[in-house]
Design a protein around this ligand. Sequence first.
Ligand SMILES: [Zn+2]
Length: 388
Amino acid sequence: MAANSAAIDPAALTAELVRFPSVTPRDAGAIAHLAHALERVGFACEMLEFAEPGTEKVLNLYARLGKSGRNLCFAGHTDVVPPGNAANWSVDPFAGSVKDGVLIGRGAADMKSAIACFAAATERFVASRGPEFGGSISLLITGDEEAVAINGTRKVLEFLAKRGEKLDASIVGEPTSRKELGDMIKIGRRGSLNGTLTAFGVQGHTAYPHFADNAAHRLVRMLDALTREPIDQGSAQFEPSNLQVATIDIGNPAANIIPDRAKAVFNVRFNDRWTGTTMESWVRERLDRVDGKYELKIQVSGESFLVPRGEVSDKLSRAIEAVTGRKPALSTGGGTSDARFIQRYCPVAEFGLVGETAHKVNERVSINDIEALTKIYSSFLELYFAGR
Ligand SMILES: [Zn+2]
């Protein structure tokens, strides 16, 4: 760890954060370590612990520098997905190893690096502009993004709103770049709906099908009704909505029994033509056309949203172009993120490192990219607080 007077080295801080095995919902010391680094930059840090009944408690951090002016909030998560079989990794996934200019480890891309970059960027910005830059910079860091996201960003936002603390704009540091740093910003996300479908029938002997009613056949017809035609053709800013069957389960141990129930789970990623409710109606309408009894349980984990182009996405694009020479695409593809909660409070855009290896074995980022991302975030701060 750097001495008190030394500036934050974003690659070193990333490696330090990777060494805390903060697999959701465990924090393992990651947030306290980050808070310590932020306090040295001048942030006031608040640890916020939340635990909905029936869930494991989660540690979150809200750090703020400055008391007045517009509050620009950087949002991210220190929790990571499990490494899987560590033997498949070329290094210990929690060692924070650097080899040939590449940092390998769980959370290297998604997204401990972006948090370290933002901390370093703020330090550089404040060093050049002085602490009286006419605004406030905050970090909202959660330990509950990768799993259920109940005790994380959503709760912190509610807590801040309740005490009258306003966010004016936000950047989420998810690894949105596709192939090269700076090629993509996300300005919205598709919604996500999970369906658990059980088709019912009457059990019987396969030799006497007229005395039975095959639930497996019914389920196949129902899944066909859901997948036969495209849901839509997409919209101005979104890809077409898409339904994928994830699993089909009957668990029938005998070849001569007609099953009386058959279950499938599917996931729909839907665009801004739909809400979770209208998407559910679309599904039920198609199932109702198939004869027979079924049960459908729906869980909507996020609605689709789009943040119209504006100051945040424009200034972020300018900062990216200045550092990398690339003009980022403004995309709404991919999975959901905590931006879905933040967009209810203020304009938000997501931008971070190349996410190709996120959640994979040997998750990695380039040290050069970590430095470049720090420059992008600090030039964004310059643009956002220019002349204030
Ligand atoms: Zn992430």
